[in-house]
Design a protein around this ligand. Sequence first.
Ligand code: ADP
Ligand code: 5GP
Length: 223
Amino acid sequence: MSGNNEGIIVVLSSPSGAGKTTLVKEISRKKNYQISISHTTRKPRSIEKDGKDYYFVSDSEFKNLIDQDRFLEYAKVFQHYYGSSKDVVLKKLESGQNVIFDIDWQGTEQIKKQKLNYRILTIFILPPSRDELYKRLLNRDRNDEKIVKERMAQFNEDVLHWKDYDFAVINDDLENCYKKIIKFIESEDNENDPNYQKYFSSLIKKNICNMFKIIGVLKFNII
Ligand code: ADP
Ligand code: 5GP
């Protein structure tokens, strides 16, 4: 457990396109959370800015950073490397700032395994349906069918990791989803309050039922 003046870690993961980057930005804009800006070897999207959305680096630059032990975690996702800067994140946490991550399940596992001396809350975001996910990816990735297909193909596998997270929520309406996440995060600050605990255990169960519906339906819904 962290002391009172140390930050906490919040991690959001999801199948690609479910909306975690949008949610992480919203949480950071409205609440006291600093985004961990990752390094990646992927090429920037047209609206992405170096140093704001990611640090865009070459394969050799990324490998050098691995050799210098500069990552808290890193993973290969969709043929590219992604990693979170160790120094930057730890300095923020030590100075009492909360840090929020938008990383995949492999990175989440790595951070959990390190048993850092900070409280960590992990949240899994789901799309309302596979059709909606497809539309969101198509819209974001500028109708690049190859990228969209690659990411849709990964959905059935990625979605199974929800069960390793503390909380899971469907991103249907953005504002609603945001509010559920904030309520969950803030309830953790009140962990001795039985009403909060009851509320969240019922919400999680409801979400899990919804997820099973989604997985069941989506498996047979081939786009
Ligand atoms: P991820 O980070 O999970 O891959 P993004 O945050 O990039 O997903 O969202 C994918 C696309 O879906 C973006 O174009 C984003 O604006 C849009 N989006 C996110 N949440 C919603 C929502 N609740 N309703 C409609 N569109 C959304
Ligand atoms: P995108 O290319 O859509 O920005 O991200 C693809 C995937 O990589 C997403 O699941 C995203 O959460 C994940 N990702 C982004 N940054 C990191 C990181 O630093 N570490 C890990 N492990 N995954 C990341």
